[in-house]
Design a protein around this ligand. Structure first.
Ligand code: NAP
Ligand code: G4F
Length: 345
């Protein structure tokens, strides 16, 4: 995939880190549909071939015209600064970095480096840019961890329970310092779990829908999970990337909770997913304590009143619609891959 430099453009210019991830791919589609020129920081070139950005990256009507890729690691401050200077973005959406909470216990140093220090590097690169740049930072409900109150608001105290949550808390707080000290337009979206057919398979919802689809197609015979009593406030990624864009269109930079305000347990997600394919969950669900985390956040549920009242944001998908969409997408994907694997007579 060639790396393209941007030509002078009348379109608004956005730079996305983590463009190959779940949110990055949906955000790219949203911004392109709004007439933006989109630049994506790609960490590993091979990602373009396997990520959900591939259809756009392979479309000659888009790539090199309104969509451009730049290779760079978030650990590399030089590259980050150079990319900023080449692209001169008006809006930056910083979505890149290790995003798995459980994994952050295994690789705490690199998680804190990618999530915490890389965000500081990005703020420094923005400070060096002449002109105004608006920045979105991907904060998370994990900053609340052992939550001091339920539901959480923008004022709730940070009490993270994972290395990932600590790194995101640092990012959120240092960016507030930069906003107040240097007048940088930076917004933190404190996002609760958001899912879609593009969710990574290591996260519980996609693990469930992928395995349920595989069981339905006769490709698997059990679903093994850790803590099924754990509850999450689950929304749809497409609604949440819309919230990111809305934050940067407002006249004043601020931080916003993005959540549905409703929780479901992992067990409820499992039951809903098996109901889509008409199979009894009791026959297939197995729990394994080795998959449980050392420490879990308690009662993570967000109060989205501020973003609803200030920006007019609303979630557009129900829990049931989300589960159905994910199961059906996995059924279609696995069925087509399976058909490819079996030579036709
Ligand atoms: P994701 O699918 O895991 O995407 C993360 C992206 O970052 C991927 O493109 C990944 O590339 C890239 N990346 C990882 N390490 C990098 C590095 N060192 N340098 C450059 N890029 C790197 O995550 P997501 O669900 O889209 O979430 C987007 C952001 O929102 C993340 O920062 C996440 O922590 C945060 N967030 C997510 C949720 C949620 O429920 N989804 C909620 C709150 C906050 P590879 O694919 O090659 O690893
Ligand atoms: O799907 P999960 O791995 O997501 P988690 O830990 O809530 O983190 C996600 O949401 C955060 C926002 O709240 C983001 F900041 C973060 O980047 C990420 O997107 O786990 C959800 C729950 C946990 O309680 C976990 O213990 O599911 C439980 N679970 C039970 N069995 C499992 C499994 N999680 C995973 N990944 N795999 C299991 O087998």
């Amino acid at each position: 995939m060639p790396i393209m430099q941007n030509a002078p453009s009348a379109r608004p210019i956005a730079l996305i880190t983590g463009i190959t991830g779940q949110d990055g791919s949906y955000l790219t589609e949203l911004l392109l549909s709004k007439g933006y020129e989109v630049h994506g920081l790609v960490w590993r070139p091979s990602d373009l071939d396997i990520s959900f950005i591939k259809p756009l990256a392979n479309n000659p009507e888009i790539t090199g015209k309104t969509l451009f890729f730049h290779y760079g690691d978030l650990a590399d401050g030089q590259t980050l600064r150079r990319t900023f200077q080449e692209v001169t973005p008006q809006e930056v959406y910083h979505l890149g970095g290790q995003s798995h909470v459980g994994r952050s216990f295994e690789i705490p140093e690199s998680t804190c480096e990618e999530v915490g220090m890389a965000s500081l590097r990005l703020l420094e690169s923005s400070r060096a840019l002449a002109g105004s740049v608006k920045i979105y930072l991907a904060s998370t409900a994990e900053v609340f961890g052992a939550a001091a109150e339920t539901p959480q608001t923008e004022e709730t105290k940070f009490r993270p329970t994972s290395p990932y949550g600590c790194a995101k808390a640092f990012m959120t707080q240092i960016s507030r310092v930069y906003r107040e000290s240097y007048g940088i337009f930076v917004c933190n979206g404190i996002l609760y779990n958001h899912e879609s057919p593009r969710r990574g398979e290591a996260f519980v919802t996609r693990k469930i829908t992928r395995t349920v689809a595989a069981i339905k197609l006769g490709l698997a015979d059990k679903l093994t999970l850790g803590n099924t009593q754990s509850r999450r406030d689950w929304g749809h990624a497409q609604d949440y990337v819309r919230a990111m864009w809305m934050m940067l269109q407002h006249s004043r930079p601020d931080d916003y909770i993005v959540a549905t305000g409703v929780t479901h347990s992992v067990q409820e997600f499992v039951e809903a997913a098996f109901a889509v394919v008409g199979l009894p969950w009791e026959k297939y669900l197995v729990t394994d304590s080795a998959l449980e985390r050392r420490l879990e956040p308690t009662q993570l549920v967000g109060n989205p009143a501020k973003i609803q009242q200030t920006l007019g944001w609303r979630a557009g998908h129900s829990f049931e619609e989300l589960v159905r969409e994910m199961v059906q997408a996995d059924l279609a994907d696995l069925a087509s891959k399976n058909a490819e694997a079996v030579p036709s007579k």
